[in-house]
Design a binder for this molecule. Sequence first.
Ligand code: IFM
Length: 454
Amino acid sequence: MSRGANAFISFPDDFRWGAATSSFQIEGAHDLDGKTPSIWDVFCREEGRIKDGSNGDIACDHVRLYREDVALMASLGLDTYRFSISWPRVIPEGTGKVNPAGLDFYDRLIDELLSAGITPMPTLYHWDLPQRLGEQGGWLARDTAYAFADYTEAVVSRLGDRIQTWTTLNEPYVSAILGYVTGEHAPGHTDRASGFTASHHLMLAHGLAGQRIRDIAPDADLAIVLNFTPVEPASESVADVAAAERVHDTDNRWYVDPLTGRGYPAETADHFGWDQAEVLDGDLDIISQPIDVLGINYYTRQIIGADGQLRLPEGTPQNTMGWELHPTSLGRLLRWLTNDYGFRRLIITENGAPMPDGDRHDGQVADDDRLAFIRDHLSEVHSAIADGCPVEGYLVWSLFDNFEWAWGYGPTFGIIEVDYETQERRPKKSADWYSAAIAAKGFELPETPSVYRP
Ligand code: IFM
C-alpha cells in the first residue's frame, strides 16, 4: 500500500512536543534529605515481586543529574516535560510535616526547566504512595484521599507560581487494579472488591485535590491522566461482545465516566456485586468537577474473547512486553473521547514502546522500530486533529530508559539510552528523529507504512 510520495504532515504551531517520566522510575536518591520509603521501595524488597530483583534506589540518578538531564531535553528541542512529584519526599510521614528539602528539589528542577524554555508539567501522584500511608490501609482507606489533598496543597502552595497545568493522578486504573486486584504492583493485594474501593478513593483524591488546586492556583489548568486500552471483541458472537463490553467498562469507562458526571458503569458494578458502599453522598460531585485538560496514556488495544481474556492473533506485531502495536486504535480513542464525552482539550501524556534495542550504528541504538511507532502514532494524532479532536500535544514515554515497575530495568521505553553503570545518557535514533520533527513541526510520512499498520 502506498500513500504517495513522502507527504509531509504539519502540526499546529502551538502543538506541544515533549516527553514524560515519573519520580520512582528515574529519581533514585531513595533516602536522601529526609525522604522515607514509598510502597514501591518496600514492594521491591519483597522476594519475587520484580522480575530482575531490582529497585529504584538509584534508577537514573536524576535527583543528582537533573541539570544535565534538562540540558539534554533542551538539546532535543522538547517544549514540555512531564514528571511526577514524590509524595514521601515532600511529606515523609504521608500526613503532617512538610519536608522543605524534598520540595527544594522540585523547586530547582522547575527553575532549571523554565530557564531552558521547557514547560514543566508535574503529576502529583504516579504510584509512589508513602509507605506510612500504605501501613494505614493505602488506597483502601478513605483518609488517604484527604491526605492527598493536604499534600497537594503543600506542593501547589510552594510551586504553583510557576506551573500552568497541575495533574492530579497518573492512571488510577493501574494503581487500583494492578495494586489491589492482580497484585502485580505495590502493595500487591489480590482481591477484586479491594479494586473497587481503591478506585473510588483514588477518584475522590483527584476531586479533593482538584478543589485545593482551584483555590490556591485559580489560573492554573486542572488535569488528570487516564490510561485507555480500547477493546474489541474477538468475534461478533454475543458472548465475545458482552465480555468485551465488560472489559471496556472496567478498564476505560470506570474512570472517565465518573469524571464526566456519569457515575460508575452501573451494569458492570452490579455484575461484580459492587454495592458502592464507599461512595458517600457528594463524592460523585467532587469527582466530576470540571477539569481543563484530559491527559491520555495510550499503548495498545485489547481483543477480548468470551472468557474476558486477551486473544492476540498469531503473528500480531508486539513490543518486548507482549503488547500489540496498533496505532489506529489511538485515533479511534481520540474520536471517542471527543465525540462521546465532548472533551475540549486533550493531550497525549504517554505513548511509546519497549523495543529490543539491539541494533547499533556508530555506537547509537538504531531503534527504527520505536521511531516508526512514534511516527505512526503521531500521524494518527494528526488525522484525529484534522477530524476535529482537540489534541494539544504529544509527550513520548519515555525520555529515558528507566525502572519499568514489576519488569525492572529489562524493558527499554526510552528515546534516550541510560547506561546504569556509568549513568551516561545516549540519545537513540528515535530521539534524533523526534528532535527533527519538533524543529520542523511535522515530518515526512514514509512511502510504505510500517508493517504493523492495518
Ligand atoms: O512505565 C509506565 C508508566 O509509569 C505509566 N504508564 C505506562 C508506562 C509503561 O508501562
